[in-house]
Design a protein around this ligand. Structure first.
Ligand SMILES: NC(=O)c1ccc[n+]([C@@H]2O[C@H](COP(=O)([O-])OP(=O)(O)OC[C@H]3O[C@@H](n4cnc5c(N)ncnc54)[C@H](OP(=O)(O)O)[C@@H]3O)[C@@H](O)[C@H]2O)c1
Length: 313
């Protein structure tokens, strides 16, 4: 990408898209195009076609998606499939029709098979059954990713995809019922500190292992790969480091300064025992993460406090 290349970031108000815009601006890219979903509903084919024909971006980061937790995915599978599938197809096809030089498609580690080997290599995609609770989302995402590789194969385009692990950081979703494990912990420990609650209950035994990547590091990796990588196989984006849920809870407690006890509710489900990406390909391509978990959680907590203040205004 040149500094004056026209770059369309789809989903720029989301956690991932906003981090990519921040990173592009930091690096001096100054011709960035964005649209909110209100201004441009990416499910509307005619509107997407008109937008691409008018703006003619050189590069596209496709970070727009309908995302949600297990509950939402499981309850509204038809909506998750339709919205994501149609949105991706519209953007990728219009990018192709308008000769976009390169496109990056954002996948997710949750679209790998339910019983994938750990750590999960890129090659395990589509090797066995998907997780039932988010199957519709995964099928839509796999279709988008495959559409990119089919265009590369049939027409020689340069469309790449990446597979991020669990992300956290500015613009995360801290909704009390509908958020991922780390932002949910930040909210709950913060609320317990404010109310002086003696304990915070964490679901399960605390033993499952998970991986977390700070979203500004993710954005750094996306720019790095956009500028250096071409190929049909997706690239895992993670730290390659794992932490138990119990250890994660201790770090969040320390960062927030909560002084009560952590209690594990072992009657609640643990989920899969281990979920870690194999990042050897990413390391081989010359990229590694910078932000350690404790530092990243402190930055995320700061953002959480500011978002609370914004909500109160
Ligand atoms: N968060 C994670 O931990 C994580 C991990 C791995 C992969 N990912 C992947 O990263 C991508 C982005 O995730 P995120 O966490 O940044 O999600 P997010 O915060 O919910 O942001 C999604 C963005 O997509 C836009 N969008 C949704 N439907 C749209 C539509 N019909 N038309 C136009 N824009 C639409 C929204 O735009 P408006 O704000 O304008 O409505 C929103 O800003 C997804 O593909 C996800 O699978 C995320």
């Amino acid at each position: 990408m040149e500094k004056d290349s026209k770059i369309y970031v789809a989903g720029h108000r989301g956690m991932v898209g906003s981090a990519i815009v921040r990173k592009l601006e930091q690096e001096g890219y100054h011709n960035i195009v964005t649209r909110t979903s209100k201004e441009l509903d990416l499910r509307r084919q005619d509107a997407v076609e008109q937008f691409f024909a008018k703006e003619k971006p050189d590069y596209v980061f496709l970070a727009a998606a309908k995302v949600g937790g297990i509950m939402a995915n499981n309850t509204y599978p038809a909506d998750f499939m339709y919205d994501n599938m149609i949105l991706e197809m519209n953007v990728i096809k219009s990018a192709f029709d308008n000769k976009v030089k390169k496109l990056m498609f954002l996948g997710s580690s949750c679209i790998y098979p339910r019983m994938a080997p750990q750590p999960m290599p890129e090659s395990c995609l589509l090797t066995s059954e998907l997780e039932q609770t988010n199957e519709a989302y995964a099928l839509a995402k796999i279709s988008g990713l495959k559409y990119c590789t089919y265009l590369n194969r049939q027409y020689g385009t340069d469309y790449i995809s990446v597979m991020p692990t669990n992300l956290y950081g500015p613009n995360d979703n801290y909704h009390p019922k509908n958020s991922h494990v780390l932002p949910a912990m930040i909210r709950r420990f913060h609320e317990a500190k404010v109310s002086g609650a003696p304990t915070v209950t964490v679901w399960g035994t605390g033993t499952p292992l998970r991986e977390f990547l700070y979203v500004d590091d993710l954005a750094d990796a996306c720019l790095y790969l956009m500028n250096t990588y071409s190929g049909d196989e997706t690239v895992n984006l993670g730290t390659g480091k794992e932490v138990t849920i119990a250890e994660l809870a201790r770090i969040v407690k320390k960062v927030i300064g909560y002084e009560g006890e952590i209690v594990f509710d072992t009657t609640k489900p643990d989920g899969t025992p281990r979920k870690l990406l194999d990042v050897s390909k990413l390391c081989g391509l010359g990229w590694t993460y910078r932000t350690e978990l404790e530092e990243g959680i402190a930055l995320a907590y700061d953002d959480f406090l500011h978002s609370e203040m914004r909500a109160e205004r």
